[in-house]
Design a protein around this ligand. Structure first.
Ligand SMILES: [Fe+2]
Ligand SMILES: [Fe+2]
Length: 132
């Protein structure tokens, strides 16, 4: 397992965001042990899931006037660019670098992103809801 203890480490108290993050972690953990033939479609699924995940967060940031919106969107774009580049290699059957990316980079990225930028967004959304 690349990421464990989701419920105690990454739940931010916004149900839809938590569900999306839980799915992301599940996909990462599946990719960790996937065979080559399973890795290729799963990686494409991770890319698609992450695109939707980030698009939804952008809408939330706009709705609650999130102060660090530019930094947060910029970070999403950077990661999405990496995922797209690795996906084009993986789709051609070259999974070695994609597997290394999944195992060595994405878990620590998710851990820090969830606990900093997404945590700040969740707190902002809660405050915004409280004002509504
Ligand atoms: Fe997120
Ligand atoms: Fe985010």
């Amino acid at each position: 397992m690349l990421l464990e203890n989701f419920e105690s480490s990454y739940v931010l108290g916004m149900e839809e965001m938590d569900n999306t993050h839980r799915e992301f972690v599940t996909l990462l953990n599946q990719l960790d042990t996937a065979s080559k033939s399973d890795f290729i479609p799963l990686f494409a699924q991770l890319l698609e899931h992450t695109q939707a995940h980030f698009d939804t967060e952008t809408e939330w940031m706009q709705t609650c006037n999130f102060p660090a919106i530019r930094e947060h969107i910029g970070e999403h774009k950077r990661v999405l660019g990496e995922l797209q580049r690795f996906n084009s290699r993986v789709a051609k059957g070259n999974i070695t670098m994609g597997r290394a990316y999944v195992q060595n980079q994405l878990p620590s990225w998710f851990e820090s992103h969830a606990q900093t930028m997404d945590s700040a967004l969740a707190a902002n959304m809660k405050a915004h809801k409280g004002q509504a």
